[in-house]
Design a protein around this ligand. Structure first.
Ligand code: G4P
Length: 292
């Protein structure tokens, strides 16, 4: 797949965003990183750890409604073992978002207690929310922010254009300045982002992408996928993925003139159905997997 189209405009843009994030970090107590629960590795920003240094971090495994439940639990446990608080959320329905404030309190308990001991009754914690495009950052903000925008002009030193949102009396959120980027130089990352629709279909070969998705689905054999296309599970290991795409096209009656199957249409349909979780709640990346 073509990744170069994406890379070309990144360097200048990345440098600017890095600078903006570093400046904004001084204004917040912690960082909340939104990941796509189906691809927690590929939906990460590769430079974030370096950028945020020792700031406390909360991980939001978003789109958990489309991810495998057990896998999400494994990811939460994986982060827990690294001393990072992770929660599963669904920013479309709002499920899980009620856990956000308590997660912040848990992560910030030392600071909150210190400020309380100094006589501050209800200290306000400020959190910066970060995430690469399409992980659901806008959905998160829309669902959780009580009022659209906090008063920016009241804050000394705040960069113009920084967006503050009020979540509660004791919690304020800063939207990331700039656009955060994924690890674009890794082909698997690019592929997994494309599976979920985070990379636009115009920049990828859609049939090749569908074949790569089928390579993966053949391995994990989700029940809904097998059932939806009336496939014989035992045959799957033997079938070449492009042949499988042809079989799927045939089963859906996707033909072009001369009786040939329309694999392009089948590829679009397969990816659409995967992205809508119609093939099951599927997590593509597991903790301790091969991706670094
Ligand atoms: P971004 O700001 O990080 O770029 O992401 P945004 O909130 O725009 O979300 C990207 C897409 O993901 C949207 O779908 C949004 O509805 C969907 N989404 C966000 N969070 C969740 C979630 O927890 N579960 C599910 N199932 N979907 C989620 P879209 O098709 O681009 O837009 P829309 O038609 O749904 O509004």
């Amino acid at each position: 797949m073509s990744e170069t189209q994406n890379i070309q405009w990144f360097p200048g843009h990345m440098t600017k965003t890095k600078r903006q994030i570093q400046a904004s970090l001084k204004l917040v107590d912690a960082v909340a990183e939104i990941l796509d629960a189906r691809i927690p590795v590929s939906s990460r920003n590769p430079d974030l750890r370096n950028l945020i240094q020792n700031k406390p971090k909360i991980v939001l495994l978003n789109k958990c409604d489309m991810a495998n439940k057990t896998a999400t639990k494994m990811w939460i446990d994986y982060y827990f073992k690294q001393g990072i608080k992770a929660i599963a959320v669904d920013c479309k329905s709002g499920r899980g978002l009620n856990k956000f404030s308590s997660a912040v309190n848990e992560v910030m308990s030392e600071k909150i207690n210190r400020l309380r001991a100094k006589g501050m009754k209800n200290p306000t914690m400020r959190i910066m929310i970060v995430g690469i495009p399409n992980v659901g950052k806008s959905s998160f903000i829309n669902k959780i922010a009580k009022q659209n925008r906090a008063k920016v002009e009241d804050r000394p030193g705040v960069t113009r254009g920084n967006q503050w949102f009020t979540i509660s009396k004791s919690l304020e959120m800063l939207d990331t300045p700039g656009v955060l980027w994924p690890k674009f130089d890794d082909q698997t990352v690019g592929e997994h982002l494309a599976f979920t629709g985070a990379v636009k279909d115009q920049v990828v070969d859609i049939e090749l992408l569908a074949v790569r998705l089928l390579d993966f689905l053949k391995k994990i054999k989700p029940d809904d996928f097998i059932e939806r296309f009336k496939l014989d599970e035992t045959d799957l290991d033997e079938i070449d993925s492009y042949e499988l795409l042809k079989i799927i096209a045939k089963k859906r009656g996707m033909l072009i003139s001369g009786g040939e199957v329309n694999t392009e249409r089948a590829a679009v349909m397969l990816l659409d159905e995967f992205r809508a979780a119609k093939l099951g709640r599927i997590t593509v990346e597991m903790p301790y997997g091969e991706l670094k």
